[in-house]
Design a protein around this ligand. Structure first.
Ligand code: C5P
Length: 224
């Protein structure tokens, strides 16, 4: 089976501050996107990699990633648009697609392999999940409306894996935007299965996450 990875990296990363696009924020002396691409390239089963770049930075990112055999193309207005642009440029032979946020730049190889194994075992859609540690409440206007039972809640990560035809059908459905690809597949009425996630696959969103990323890289460099 031919497996491709779509790497949406077209977000501006405004919650990180600084004005530099998130993909180019440096951790451990290198841009986040370089860590992300290196991580994906380290997965032996992965073939084509498509990076969705912020409009106006396609050439810069292509130069940055020149030695990693990736296709860099422009992303869209919303994350979902970026994924759709990536699907549009996939080679015909690809039958399984992993969608992986570039912002989860330190996701370990073993996590990709777990998602791929679930697809190979017959799943149409696979998401890595972690239990929710915090108590979660629904609020309106700063007032608590309800406390949600966290026992059956899961925080969902990427890479998310899909049979290509299912993901394409999901993205062709009309409907409001979704924050992940699995939500679109759920709208199709298809089953999404879970595999255990990884704390190292956290999404770099806020400045604190850069500190955590730095610590993870330092730990890896020490061979922990
Ligand atoms: O905004 P959010 O944190 O959900 O972004 C998740 C990933 O999607 C990031 O890697 C970001 O670069 C990417 N993204 C994108 N195109 C957009 C918005 C976000 O590729 N228009």
């Amino acid at each position: 089976m031919s497996i491709a990875v779509l790497l949406p990296a077209a977000g501006r990363g405004e919650r990180l501050g600084s004005g530099v696009v998130k993909a180019l924020r440096e951790v451990g002396g290198e841009p986040l996107l370089l860590h992300a691409v290196r991580g994906v390239r380290a997965v032996p089963a992965v073939g084509p990699i498509v990076v969705l770049a912020p409009v106006g930075l396609v050439n810069d990112l292509a130069v940055l990633l020149a030695s990693y055999d990736v296709v860099v193309t422009a992303g869209g207005e919303q994350r979902q648009d970026s994924v759709r642009q990536g699907l549009a440029v996939l080679p015909g032979a690809v039958d399984l697609v992993l969608v992986h946020d570039a912002a989860r730049a330190l996701a370990p190889v073993a996590l990709f392999e777990a998602v791929i194994a679930a697809l190979r075992a017959g799943a149409e859609a696979v998401v890595p999940v972690l239990p929710v540690a915090d108590t979660v409440k629904r609020v309106a206007d700063d007032r608590v409306v309800a406390t949600v039972d966290r026992a059956d809640l899961r925080a969902v990560q990427t890479p998310q894996g899909f049979v290509r035809s299912v993901l394409e059908r999901a993205h062709a459905l009309p409907g409001p935007p979704a924050t992940d690809d699995a939500a679109l597949v759920e709208r199709l009425g298809r089953t999404v299965v879970t595999v255990p996630g990884s704390e190292e696959a956290f999404k770099v969103t806020r400045p604190f996450d850069l500190l955590v990323a730095q610590a993870v890289l330092a730990g890896r460099a020490r061979g922990r």
